[in-house]
Design a protein around this ligand. Sequence first.
Ligand SMILES: [Zn+2]
Length: 172
Amino acid sequence: MDDALNSFTITLVAGLIGGLVAASLAARANRAFRPPPPRDQSPAERYPRALALVIAAHLVVTAWISIGLFLLLVLLAAAGLRPGAFMFLPPGIFVAAAAVYFALVVSLRCNSCSRRVLLQSTTTPPYAEPLRGLNAWGSIVVRVVSRAPFRCMYCGQRYHVGVSDDSRSMEA
Ligand SMILES: [Zn+2]
């Protein structure tokens, strides 16, 4: 029981410290952010590296699923089941997906403003299109995975990933 209480306290304190660090980093990023010239009136274009973008977005979804799977295994372990080595599978998948994602994402830039379309560098990008409670970045991930059109969150340039039904759109 003491062990459980200790783990809880450590998790709580780590969470609080993590939250404060994240908030301070976000505030610093927000101060440093300078919006690029708007391109929201430009016609939609096919994203030049559509395949790499689609793969990167799927890696994010893979990472999200691995987090869900890990939480499920934690619940099962708490309920007395012993997932054993399976416990390490979701974190392994997460790390692998994140590594490939970041390797890909640094080169996935907006054609108009050169910013990285799948990296959010400010909490309130000017052209965020939030989808069902997700932030600007998460919404672009979901749109790309769904093959829906999206726009650069920084300059507003509209893109599609080159499928036949470009007219399909997702509204919040
Ligand atoms: Zn842009």
